[in-house]
Write a protein that binds this ligand. Structure first.
Ligand SMILES: NC(=O)c1ccc[n+]([C@@H]2O[C@H](COP(=O)([O-])OP(=O)(O)OC[C@H]3O[C@@H](n4cnc5c(N)ncnc54)[C@H](OP(=O)(O)O)[C@@H]3O)[C@@H](O)[C@H]2O)c1
Length: 331
């Protein structure tokens, strides 16, 4: 089958389209158990950019097929997998998604209905499960809370806006860097949008009426202290990622002064060994799809052979919503 491989750690431009064997229904994280998916679309995300340079925390031996998540149709499933041949699914395969077939652990495969097309389904698991995990399970989002989302036009950001609204947030303030990204954040459902290169902290304090209850931060870098300063009392900053490049440090006296918290949210490794939690998050996301709140915002789409361009777009801070590879021919 056709697949994209990372063969050297020279960045997004150095990946190769090649032929590899089709996978068996057994995943490296659940040996002997797995679900093989005929891939229709594959989601592209920041970790894959890091993988092309060997900068991601998980470093497989070269060469390997990247691609953490896909949508498509079940081709084969081990006993007890909970899905059947022919089911339409979204699946988190961790690696191997940039290919015509991918294998995922059974508890990371979720049936999808007609509300989502293939590209949207390919952007469902990583971003929306992370958003729910960060907002609800780690950040303890309650109905009526005010939420500020950094990197709000990106994959995690657009998902966080929609999940926050779906869980009853009273106000979602998006932080973005350009006009185009402002539009994406509004399309995702943000109530207010502020600019990362402007007086965003002062604006957020003003439009929230004194501070937000929750900040979701996939960006990090030098805006972190201002995130703490934009919290209301009892507020929480949830740390999700560091696309800004640098890892911030916290002066903990700030936490004491206003009774605030900094909380880590690392979804992938945590849920990988917790099948029941995955099912619960999957059910919560299904409910938000049914209520119309979750509709992944798909941005640029590329054929499999153009995966390098997709990665370069993310690397260059150009992604609007979810970047997707159309692996099967589009109807
Ligand atoms: N903790 C977890 O479990 C988990 C799960 C999934 C993803 N993540 C992490 O979350 C982060 C965001 O992922 P994503 O898929 O949402 O990425 P994305 O779609 O590329 O969006 C990231 C956003 O970060 C902002 N940004 C600021 N400085 C940037 C820079 N120098 N380069 C690139 N982007 C920059 C950009 O928004 P502006 O231009 O508007 O500032 C961009 O829209 C990544 O670090 C990823 O590894 C963590």
């Amino acid at each position: 089958m056709r697949a994209i491989q990372i063969t050297s750690l020279d960045g997004p431009g150095a990946i190769e389209l090649t032929d590899v064997p089709e996978p068996e229904p057994s995943h490296m994280m659940t040996p002997g158990e797995g679900v093989v998916v005929a891939v229709e679309a594959a989601g592209v995300a920041f970790p894959e950019v890091l993988q092309t340079r060997g900068q991601y925390q998980f470093k497989p031996d070269l060469p390997f097929v990247p691609g953490a998540e896909v949508s498509g149709t079940v081709l084969a499933a081990s006993d007890g997998a909970g899905v059947a041949v022919g089911d339409r699914v979204a699946a988190f395969c961790f690696l191997g998604g940039f290919a015509e077939q991918a294998v995922a652990p059974p508890h990371m495969v979720f049936k999808v209905g007609d509300e989502l097309d293939a590209a949207q389904a390919a952007g469902l698991v990583l971003n929306y499960h992370t958003a729910y995990f960060a907002l609800k399970l780690r950040g303890r989002l309650a109905e009526g809370d005010k939420v500020l989302v950094h990197g709000a036009a990106g994959g995690v950001g657009t998902a966080a806006i929609q999940v926050a609204k779906g869980l009853g947030a009273a106000q979602v303030i998006a932080v973005v860097s350009t006009d185009e990204k402002e539009q994406v954040a509004r399309d995702a459902g943000a109530d207010d949008v502020v600019r990362s290169d402007g007086e965003w902290r002062a604006q957020a304090l003003e439009i929230s009426g004194g501070g937000v209850d929750l900040v979701v931060d996939p960006v990090g870098g030098d805006r972190f202290t201002d995130s703490l300063r934009s919290l209301a009392e009892d507020g929480r900053v949830v740390v999700v990622g560091f696309t800004g490049g640098s890892i911030p440090e916290v002066k903990v006296n700030r936490l004491l002064l206003r009774n605030t918290e900094v909380i880590g949210a690392g979804w992938g490794a945590y849920v990988m060994s917790r099948p029941q939690l995955n099912r619960e998050i999957g059910a919560a996301i299904d409910a938000l799809i049914a209520s119309g709140h979750v509709r992944p915002i798909v941005g640029a789409r590329f054929g499999l052979e153009r995966a390098g361009e997709a990665l370069e777009l993310i690397d260059g801070r150009g992604a609007l919503g979810k970047v997707v590879l159309d692996v099967a021919d589009r109807p």
